[in-house]
Design a protein around this ligand. Sequence first.
Ligand code: IPM
Ligand code: MN
Length: 343
Amino acid sequence: MTYKIAAIGGDGIGPEVTQEAIKVVQAAGISLDVTPFDLGAARYLKDGAVLPEKDLEELRGFDAIMLGAIGPPVGSSEVPPGLLERGLLLGLRFSLDLYINLRPFSAPPGSIAQGADFAVVRENTEGTYAGEGGFLRKNTPFEVATQGSVNTRFGVERCIRFGFELAQKRAKNLTLVHKTNVLTFSGDLWQRSFDELGKEFPDVMKSYNHVDAACIYMVESPRRYDVIVTDNLFGDILTDLAGALTGGIGLAASANLNPTKSGPSLFEPVHGAAHDIAGKGIANPLAAIRSAALMLDHLGEQKSAEKITNAVIERSYELAGVDPGSDELKTKAIGDSVAERVA
Ligand code: IPM
Ligand code: MN
């Protein structure tokens, strides 16, 4: 079996870390037929294209999409803010109905949350990301801006169901994170869906945390978490916090999933393009490699997925104490060492 993979290396360190991830997957004995797609800030600056219809239609034909990172250098004025985020990344999430954003964290020794191992299931197509809202009287003193949060019973339920099913495969402990004390409409829908669906999963321990309290718990007692399920914006913020607590954003992997497999899912590290270190060969590829393991798991290659995940976690543990300037921390060196281990 050869998997047809679309590779959007993107900008900054994106192509470097994607290359290492592909190398590791192939070293594990998985055959990939990789087609590069030129999308991201560099492409936009070349010809103004963000996500052409033709590319989107082609992407639908792949088994999976690997994405490195997209975005112009911080402070660049050549790309309007939000254009690539909304047009390309969210464009892919919404067009391909990638309704789950799965982000696993395994905290190495020395990290703030050391010993913690949990996953965040973030709703990925609704909430404040849906694009509902607009301006009234723009650029006048009486300006109004609204940005609504869209929560459908269907969207909330399919996300929570995924959370329960994942918890069942892990330590059987699911925490809903929301802000039901203030967001009394959307929060109520989430809480009711959680309670009702929870009856189908009697073996899973259920908890609820307000999002602000969850930030405290994640810092003070992160080992309490197994699986967290939450909405799009809370999940975005919580997973950056989780990344910082569990060894840095260079380790944070993510899968944008359509669990029904009606089309390709997309796998990307949580980190951005990091233009300041691009081309220097010092970007940490472990997040991209673990994202590739999530891809293999989704494609049904559980054994290879597990092998790569374990190798990434082991390597992150070993590298935790290494001197920051060491050659061992070079992009290619890390990729090679993981590849060797999974071969
Ligand atoms: C992420 C990113 C994106 C998000 C941005 C780049 C649109 O921060 O994947 O977490 O907000 O979802
Ligand atoms: Mn984010």
